[in-house]
Structures are given as C-alpha cells and as structure tokens.
Design a protein around this ligand. Structure first.
Ligand SMILES: N[C@@H](CCC(=O)N[C@@H](CS)C(=O)NCC(=O)O)C(=O)O
Length: 320
C-alpha cells in the first residue's frame, strides 16, 4: 500500500489521524472522457482497462464492459490480488501487463504523468494512442461505457436513462457514502467512534435498501440501472469479506430476504458471474490489509451459493 509523491513511490498506509480515525477517500485525478470530435475518439482497440478482480470500483467497469458488449473493443489487464509495499502489481500471465511489460501499476501512472502525486488506484482507462490515462474514476468510466461506444457495438442498452437520471444520482449519493464507501469507512476506521459512525450509517442504509426492494424490483423502479450495478459490487463481497474483515457484522446480506434475492438475480444476470472472482476478492482484502489482519491468513468460508433460485419478479415480497 502506498502512493506517488512528485513521481516517487512511497510505501505508506492511509493517514486516518488527520480525520479523527476516519478513512477519507481521495478524489480520482484523471477525469477525461471519450467522445467524438475530441482527442479521445471512440475507436475499437484503442483503449485498455486496468482492473483488479478484487476491487468493487474496478468491478463496476468490468460489468459494464460485459453488459455493453465491449469485450472485443476494449481489452483488459488484471493485477495480482495482493497489494503490498509496491501497491498493485502485475505478475505472470494472465496477470501480466501486455502494453509495456510493467511490473507495477504505478509505472502506468508515471507514463501518464511523471510528476504524479496521489494514490495509484484501479480501475484505469488507458489510451494506447496518446499513451495516457483517460479516466481513473469508476463512476465516470461506467458512464463512458454506457453510451460512447454504442455505434461501434450496436448495443443500445441504457443503464442511465434520461428519464431516471435525477433519481439515480440521488440513490448513488447515499449508496456511495453509506454502503460502497461505508464498508471501507468501517473497516479502515482507527478509532471506535469512527467505526461506530460508519457501522450505524451502513446498516441504516442497508435497511433502507431492503425497504425499497420490498416495494420495487430494482433501486430505481422496474428498470435495472447503473444504481443497481454500483450497489451489486459491494453486496457480492459483503458476506465473504466485509462482514468479518471490515467488522460490518450486524447482519449478512443473506439475512435480508429482498436484498439477498436481488443479489442472486444480479449475480445470475447474463455475463455477470464471470466478473466475480471470489478467490481474488478474499485474498486481496485479507492478505493485503496487514494493519487489519497482520497474519494475512485468509478464511476458508463462508460457503455461499449464488446459484440458488431467486424469487424476484414472482411477486415474492415485491412487485414485479
Ligand atoms: N473513486 C475511485 C476509487 C478507486 C479505488 O480506491 N480503488 C482501490 C481498490 S478497491 C485502490 O486501487 N486502492 C489503492 C490505494 O488506495 O492505494 C473509483 O471509484 O474509481
């Protein structure tokens, strides 16, 4: 775990002291988009996506690449699940870096900006033509994937429809703060107070989700949207990792009937299962966060069956 300062790598854990033991996520810095008539034209084969299978933010991008039929247009590199003193690393194939034969993800950041100061995070959308990072913010990468390559792929599925954008943005706001980032705020807290604040707002938000899903098929009504996929990547990690490792242990997702069935439905959505790589997920969290789990022992359980039949859309506690 570390960061770049003026282009130099420093092995340093998150500084929570400044914020009373609270984990505060820093803003992503590369915020360009792909668009016709700009320096980043939508072109097949031009862009490369760096991800970790472990990371919920990168997972969003992988899911959108799949749902939007971009696999033949945007290739992917997957980092090694362990993130230790050099940050994200590449390894032997298939976890190698094909463009520059880089060993570490920070080298890719340095290609984009030799003086870069900041965290070296996944996902990264890389432009092979101008050899720079287009964007390293998953919330924006999924919007790019949602629409920008439609002419190339012919895939017009829209997970951010104009009629629902305001509602989706509102849902994203509290789901991000209290759930997606909430699990990290709980797990990375270094004071009891900071942990309890995060824990309480997390479970209040999960109760809210359960309430919504008892009335409605998806978060924003009967249409599957970006808001659902953003929540999914946290829910699918919850019982296996966050519940134990991040101490978010009031309830598991399997204890919420509507949310659990919803999670099964999303997991079983065409193409999604192959984006969920549980051994990378467990290894990454348990063995990389040595301040939380110094032995780096990865628990064997729990056994989770995401293939169970779900009841969504069958009037089973929710309107179809
Ligand atoms: N806001 C970013 C967050 C990405 C992020 O924090 N990724 C984590 C992995 S889950 C990471 O790469 N962390 C490395 C670090 O913070 O040094 C996004 O959504 O893309």
């Amino acid at each position: 775990m570390g960061l770049l300062v003026d282009g130099q790598w420093h092995d340093k854990w998150y500084d929570t002291e400044k914020h009373g033991g609270r984990f505060v996520r820093s803003e992503s810095q590369f915020r360009n988009t792909v668009a016709k008539g700009t320096e980043f034209e939508p072109e097949s084969g031009r862009y490369h996506l760096y991800v970790s299978y472990a990371c919920p933010w990168a997972h969003r991008a992988l899911i959108f690449r799949k749902l939007k039929g971009l696999e033949n247009h945007i290739d992917v590199s997957v980092v090694h699940p362990l993130m230790l003193e050099n940050g994200w690393e590449f390894s032997e194939a298939p976890l190698n870096e094909p463009l520059y034969d880089a060993d570490f993800l920070y080298q890719i950041y340095l290609k984009a900006d030799p003086e870069y100061t900041g965290r070296v995070t996944v996902p990264v959308l890389w432009d092979k033509k101008t050899q720079t990072i287009v964007n390293n913010e998953s919330a924006e990468i999924i919007r790019i994937f949602n629409s920008v390559f439609n002419e190339l792929t012919g895939n017009t599925l829209d997970f951010f429809p104009a009629s629902k954008q305001k509602q989706i943005e509102e849902i994203n706001e509290w789901v991000y703060n209290d759930i997606n980032n909430g699990v990290y705020r709980s797990g990375f807290a270094t004071t009891q107070k900071a942990y309890e604040e995060a824990y309480q707002s997390l479970f209040a938000a999960l109760d809210k989700v359960e309430g919504i899903l008892s009335q409605s098929r998806y978060l924003a009504g009967d249409e599957l949207t970006e808001a659902d996929w953003r929540l999914f990547t946290t829910l699918v990690r919850f019982d296996a990792v966050y519940f134990g490792h991040f101490k978010t242990n009031k309830k598991r997702i399997v204890d919420y009937p509507n949310m659990w069935n919803y999670l099964l439905e999303l997991y079983q959505h065409q193409g999604v299962e192959e984006t969920v790589v549980m051994d990378h997920i467990k290894t990454h969290y348990y063995a990389s966060h040595t301040t939380i789990n110094p032995t780096q022992v990865v628990p064997k359980g729990p056994e989770i069956d995401f293939h169970q039949t779900h009841n969504r859309g069958q009037n089973g506690g929710e309107k179809s």
